[in-house]
Design a protein around this ligand. Structure first.
Ligand code: MG
Length: 335
C-alpha cells in the first residue's frame, strides 16, 4: 500500500525511517559521501573554512519562484560564500509534521537536490524527526554549510572604510513581496517571483578578479536597510544610500505602497551587497552585470566617516533621513 502522508514512525529510527531515507533522501540527495550512511560524514577539506547554519520556517512552503527546500540550500550556500569561500558541503535536518503529504515532501527534497547540484555542493549528512500533528507547521529545515575560503583576506562586515562604494547585485525586495502577497492572497497584475538563488558561482568569479572587496553580505531578513545598519555598526562608519539609485521593480514598489511596507526592509534571497574601494567598482559591476544573477547590479551609495554606525538615505532632492534597524519582528516566517 502506498503511504500518502508522513507518519510518526518515519522519524523513529526504525524500518519506516530507513525506507524514507533510502527511497526519498538518498534518491534525491545522494552522493558518494552521503550514501555511506555512517554516523557521521568524512570530509576532505583544507582550511581556513567558512561555516554557517540557518533554519528555514517559511510560510507558505511553496511560493512564487521557489520553495522551502531550494531556499534552505540557497540561503546557507550564500552565507558561506559571502566570506570568500567555495561552498562544498551541506548538512540538513528536517522536522516534519505528522500528516504532511508525501508528495509535498518529495517535491521539496527534489528541489533541494536540484539546488545543491546547481550550486555544486554535496549534502553529506542529515536527520529527520516527525512530531505529532500541530506541534510544527508542515516542515522546518535546518541546513549547515561548509566551504573553503580562497581569498587571502575574507570579506567581513568590519572592513568597510570611508571612501568605499556600495554596490547591490540587483532589484531589492522581491522575495519578501513574493511571500507576503501569497500569504495575504493578493494578486498583482504581474506576479512578483522570489529571487531565491545560489550566488556562489558569481561570488567566486567576482573575488577571483577583484580580491580587494572589503564586504560581501546578502541582505536577507530585514532587507537592505537592516544589513547596512549591521555593517555600519561593525565597521564604525556611515553608509549613505542614494534613494533613486536603488533598483526596485515597479511591481514591488507598487505592492509595498499597497501593504504599507518599505522595499528597503524586505527580505532578499538572491542578492548581495558589495563594498569595496572606489577604484575597483567599475570592474566589479562589469563582472556582476555579465551574470544573469547580477544583471541589474547598481552602484547605490558610499561609505563615509560622518555618522558612525548610521545608515543615511539621500533623496533625489538632496534631503536626508536616517534608516534605522527595525524594532521587533516585522515579518515572521519570511525565510
Ligand atoms: Mg547572510
Amino acid at each position: 500500500m502506498r503511504v500518502e502522508r508522513v507518519l510518526l514512525d518515519y522519524g523513529s529510527g526504525g524500518k519506516a525511517s530507513h525506507r524514507l531515507i533510502g527511497e526519498l533522501f538518498v534518491r534525491h540527495l545522494g552522493n558518494e559521501v552521503l550514501n555511506r550512511l555512517d554516523d557521521a560524514a568524512v570530509l576532505n577539506i583544507s582550511g581556513p573554512i567558512s561555516v554557517s547554519t540557518d533554519s528555514f520556517t517559511v510560510d507558505p512552503i511553496f511560493f512564487p519562484g521557489g520553495d522551502i527546500g531550494a531556499l534552505a540550500v540557497h540561503g546557507t550556500v550564500n552565507d558561506v560564500a559571502m566570506l570568500g569561500a567555495r561552498p562544498r558541503y551541506l548538512t540538513c535536518g528536517f522536522i516534519l509534521e505528522e500528516g504532511l503529504p508525501m508528495a509535498d515532501l518529495e517535491r521539496i527534497v527534489q528541489s533541494m537536490g536540484r539546488a545543491a547540484r546547481e550550486a555544486g555542493v554535496l549534502v553529506v549528512t542529515g536527520d529527520t524527526k516527525v512530531v505529532p500533528r500541530g506541534m510544527v507547521d508542515k516542515i522546518f529545515i535546518n541546513t549547515t554549510g561548509i566551504g573553503e575560503i580562497f581569498v587571502p583576506v575574507a570579506p567581513s562586515g568590519h572592513r568597510a572604510r570611508p571612501g568605499d562604494v556600495i554596490l547591490v547585485s540587483g532589484f531589492v525586495g522581491d522575495h519578501g513581496l513574493a511571500i507576503l502577497s501569497r500569504r495575504e492572497g493578493l494578486n498583482f497584475d504581474a506576479p512578483v517571483l522570489s529571487d531565491c538563488a545560489s550566488l556562489n558561482h558569481l561570488v567566486v568569479r567576482l573575488l577571483e578578479a577583484v580580491p580587494e572587496v572589503h564586504v560581501l553580505r546578502d541582505p536577507t531578513r530585514g532587507g537592505l536597510a537592516t544589513t547596512l545598519n549591521e555593517i555600519a555598526g561593525q565597521s564604525g562608519v556611515e553608509c549613505r544610500i542614494f534613494e533613486d539609485r536603488v533598483p526596485v521593480r515597479p511591481e514591488v514598489s507598487g505592492g509595498c505602497s499597497f501593504l504599507g511596507l518599505d522595499p528597503l526592509y524586505l527580505a532578499n534571497e538572491g542578492k548581495f551587497l558589495c563594498i569595496l574601494p572606489a577604484e575597483h567598482a567599475r570592474q566589479a559591476l562589469d563582472i556582476m552585470q555579465a551574470d544573469p544573477l547580477g544583471r541589474d547590479a547598481a552602484r547605490i551609495g558610499e561609505v563615509r566617516a560622518g555618522h558612525p554606525g548610521k545608515v543615511v538615505l539621500e533623496t533625489p532632492l538632496g534631503g536626508t533621513r536616517l534608516m534605522d534597524m527595525l524594532e521587533g519582528e516585522q515579518l515572521p516566517r519570511i525565510c
